[in-house]
Design a protein around this ligand. Structure first.
Ligand code: AMP
Length: 279
């Protein structure tokens, strides 16, 4: 595996046949499965490891974000990654950088709770696409709104890349894997399983609902109560249309359940896609 830190080194490589997996490091099985898929699909897996400051808000966890670089290098090597690009902030950003702003999908949900977050994501992802010039890029459905925002950016700006969105990888009890799970105390980790459980409960009730009418708001309120009882402070729990991300009252067409909630100081997100995806 080649580890490169500068754009100059990266530019010397022809990665056009390969698949890019953009990451912020602190690898877990969610990242590694994206890398394995990229390698299996294309034969050439390129990974970026960059904790992107422009997607963190002022009071977020940029300075304490986990950065186990040596371990990440070993893990990437172990799944057959060919190129790992780990640039510095200075290598990636000039002063007052040009930013990409995707309208419409970015002001809701994660965007409402994390103003500017998706501008940072869209900007770094477009830069990475331009830097690697791979034919494909792989993202996790765990960050569902991010998938939709990147797909819109690629469509709107005619970016010549094929996007692949892979299912969420979970711990054995159902908690979605996340680099932020290391922040959880043992008690918080045990309680955190309520997040996937609430999504499962809602999803099961919705799939059984064809035979009887349901009040989705009542069900959501019930699960918000269950999350609160487990110690969560819920930012949102909603049934949304996948094209617009607007809240809807029936699981008809392309829909998903989405959630974000804090337990202690740690903010977790998760979702259940109730239809085929991408739409
Ligand atoms: P991150 O390092 O958190 O920015 O994530 C890098 C990529 O891995 C993104 O496309 C994420 O959506 C994806 N990812 C993170 N967690 C998971 C997971 N549990 N399952 C699948 N993909 C994931």
């Amino acid at each position: 595996m080649k580890v490169v830190h500068t754009l100059e080194e990266l530019r010397k490589l022809d990665l056009s046949s390969g698949g890019l997996v953009p990451t912020m490091g602190a690898f877990h099985e969610g990242h590694l499965s994206l890398m394995r898929t990229a390698k299996a699909d294309t034969g050439l897996c390129a990974v970026s490891l960059f904790v992107n400051p422009t997607q963190f808000g002022k009071n977020e966890d940029l300075s304490r974000y986990p950065r186990p670089f040596e371990r990440d290098v070993q893990l990437a090597e172990s799944v057959g990654v060919d190129v790992l690009f780990a640039p510095s902030v200075e290598e990636m950003y000039a002063d007052r950088p040009t930013m990409v702003s995707v309208p419409f999908l970015t002001d809701k949900w994660e965007g409402a709770y994390r103003p500017g977050h998706f501008d940072g994501v869209a900007t770094v992802v477009l830069k990475l696409f331009n830097q690697f010039r791979t034919g494909r890029a792989y993202f996790g459905q765990k960050d569902l709104q991010q998938c939709l925002v990147i797909a819109k950016m690629v469509r709107d700006l005619n970016v010549p890349i094929n996007l692949v969105f892979e299912p969420t990888v979970r711990e054995s009890d159902g908690l979605a894997m996340s680099s932020r799970n290391v922040y959880l105390s043992p008690e918080e980790r045990a309680a955190a399983v309520q997040l996937p459980r609430s999504l499962d409960a809602l999803s099961q009730k919705l799939s059984a609902s064809s035979s009887f009418p349901l009040n989705i708001q009542e069900l959501i309120t019930e699960e918000k109560d269950n999350l609160a009882k487990a110690g969560f402070d819920v930012d949102y729990l909603a049934l949304v249309d996948l094209a617009t991300l607007d809240a809807v009252s029936h699981a008809e067409g392309a829909t998903a359940l989405i959630a974000a909630a804090k337990i202690g100081k740690t903010r977790l997100i998760d979702n259940r896609i109730l239809s085929s995806f991408p739409v």
